[in-house]
Design a protein around this ligand. Structure first.
Ligand code: NAP
Length: 305
């Protein structure tokens, strides 16, 4: 299928780029391999998105963004693109069956995925107590103790969310200060079901058919303790979803795409928006801004051809 513009990824950056491109009457298609919404849809409550004084479910905000973009004519297709190549007139996008789409301009809005820590038991118990999504799996841990690994916004926010279900939430953080924004920290400190294990790192997840314990080690004195948890949620950061275009555009040493302020990448005709690019603040609000700029820049690029 030929389009002037293809947007890869349907999180807030991609949906906003789609909204702006559709309103500009560009022949555009957005390709998403799963459900539109990205990480936003897997977030329980969003309470820092402007214009939304009451917290809104991430899933609902995703649905609203999708509906708004579709209202202006955005075509969204489910498609698992595996690679991209440059052609004489633009770009070809491939899935496992061969060329799926070709286009003159491309917006990369593939977002980011959770990093795996790689401790013993993490892989073995994946889907059987190890999770990277509290919203998806939290309700399975009603009246069970769980552990959350990390000290950033995601870890602390999701640890607070998990107190709704779990009998106790152990937050394991490798330092003596959280990285999460203060407002989220305050919620965690006020939560009676939460115990924070400072200066501690997870060492192994132990069990048989289910998880029985999480072994953690103190970084201060090396002492080891075993927490009687049935679930372990990892939030130790994110890595860009860059598999399909690695090497085509310039990226930093972690794989995040380098852009200028117009969201242009090092490859003419390719723009990037949202969490996948190098930026100081990864938020829904900043992804939305990126998406609008990327669509505007793509429009000018297409007009210049
Ligand atoms: P993050 O901000 O990179 O935090 C990762 C956390 O994991 C840090 O506390 C880090 O510890 C810890 N960590 C990293 N490697 C580790 C290891 N090997 N062992 C133990 N701990 C390790 O990642 P994130 O929380 O997933 O957030 C990703 C982005 O999304 C951020 O930009 C964040 O601000 C944004 N976000 C925003 C919101 C919101 O605004 N409500 C919600 C979620 C995410 P150190 O602190 O010691 O480095």
């Amino acid at each position: 299928m030929q389009a002037d513009l293809v947007i890869l990824g349907g999180g807030p950056a991609g949906l906003t780029a789609g909204l702006y491109a559709s309103r500009a009457r560009i022949n555009v298609v957005l390709l998403e391999k799963g459900m539109p919404g990205g990480q936003m849809a897997a977030t329980e409550l969003v309470d820092n998105y402007p214009g939304q004084p009451d917290p809104i479910l991430g899933f609902e905000l995703a649905q609203r963004m999708e509906a708004q973009a579709r209202k202006f004519g955005l075509e969204i297709q489910t498609s698992d693109i595996t690679s991209i190549s440059k052609t004489d007139s633009g770009f070809a996008l491939y899935n496992e069956a061969g060329i799926a789409h070709s286009c003159n301009a491309l917006i990369l809005a593939t977002g980011a995925n959770p990093i795996k820590l790689g401790i013993p038991g993490e892989l073995e118990f994946a889907g059987r107590g190890v999770s990277y999504c509290a919203v998806c799996d939290g309700p399975f841990f009603r009246d069970v103790e769980v552990a959350v690994i990390g000290g950033g916004d995601s870890a602390v926010e999701e640890a607070v969310y998990l107190t709704r279900f779990a009998s106790k939430v152990h937050l394991i953080h490798r330092r003596d200060q959280l990285r999460a924004v203060k407002e989220i920290q305050e919620k965690a400190f006020a939560e009676t079901k939460m115990t924070i294990h400072w200066n501690s790192v997870p060492e192994a997840i132990i069990g048989e058919s289910d998880i029985k314990t999480l072994r953690i080690r103190s970084k201060l004195n090396g002492s080891v303790s075993e927490l009687p948890v049935g679930g372990v949620f990892f939030y130790v950061g994110i890595k860009p979803a860059d598999e399909t275009f690695r090497g085509i555009v310039k990226s930093d040493d972690r794989g995040f795409v380098v852009t200028d302020e117009n969201m242009a990448t090092s490859a003419l005709g390719i723009f990037a928006a949202g969490d996948v690019r190098v930026k100081v603040l990864r938020q829904i609000s900043t992804a939305v801004g990126d998406g609008a700029i990327a669509a505007y820049s793509a429009q000018h690029y297409l007009e210049s051809l």
